[in-house]
Design a protein around this ligand. Structure first.
Ligand code: PRP
Ligand code: MN
Ligand code: MG
Length: 180
């Protein structure tokens, strides 16, 4: 185990099984295929890659990059688009794929933003849900795991851009983020 990790919250095996479950749920809702998965850079990259590989329907991918800012105590809900979609989503079946919903600021904004382009369906698939931290009123349609309010990294999630490559999701030791 990586020395910065206090405890493994979700093992590689648990994640793998959950990804299969989630992809089955999506396929059930869109049996005819032609689903567009939209990964939100960078945290969702590992998840979206695994999710798409376990979907045996026609599926395409696109990416958005955003940065959110605002005072911590007063979420303005302002999210800046750094990279927009390459393709038009009007009348398409679209699933936004995220690694985690924390305050919900990112997904709330993205959902409204993409909804305005009139997709046929717009769903949210999120691997981790940290419900205790929610500020924005937003819910995912497909949720992997509800997790406690701990600093988690791995499987795409970072601390200062590190640990995205861990194959599991672990809780970061406090001393790692307190000392910075
Ligand atoms: C993280 C995470 C989600 C978002 C969730 O992304 O990947 O996208 O924060 O937080 P929220 O619900 O409070 O909006 P981050 O901004 O760290 O960028 P990254 O994906 O590149 O790590
Ligand atoms: Mn992110
Ligand atoms: Mg991050």
């Amino acid at each position: 185990m990586n020395e910065a990790i206090r405890e493994i919250l979700l093992t590689e095996e648990e994640i793998k099984n959950k990804v299969r479950e989630l992809s089955n749920q999506i396929i059930k809702d869109f049996p005819d295929g032609d689903v567009i998965l939209i990964g939100i850079l960078k945290g969702s990259v590992i998840f979206v890659a695994d999710l798409m590989r376990s979907m045996n329907i026609n599926v395409t991918m696109d990416f958005m990059a955003v940065s959110s800012y605002g005072m911590s105590s007063n979420t303005s809900g302002i999210v800046r688009i750094l990279k927009d979609l390459d393709f038009d989503i009007e009348d398409k079946d679209v699933v936004i794929v995220e690694d985690i919903i924390d305050t919900g600021t990112t997904l709330k904004y993205l959902y409204e933003y993409l909804k305005a382009r009139n997709p046929r369906n717009l769903k949210i698939c999120c691997l981790l849900d940290k419900a205790d931290r929610r500020k924005a009123d937003i819910k995912a349609d497909y949720i992997g795991f509800s997790i406690p309010d701990e600093f988690v990294v791995g499987y795409g999630l970072d601390y200062a851009e590190k640990f995205r490559n861990l194959p599991y999701i672990g809780i970061l030791k406090e001393e790692v983020y307190k000392k910075d």
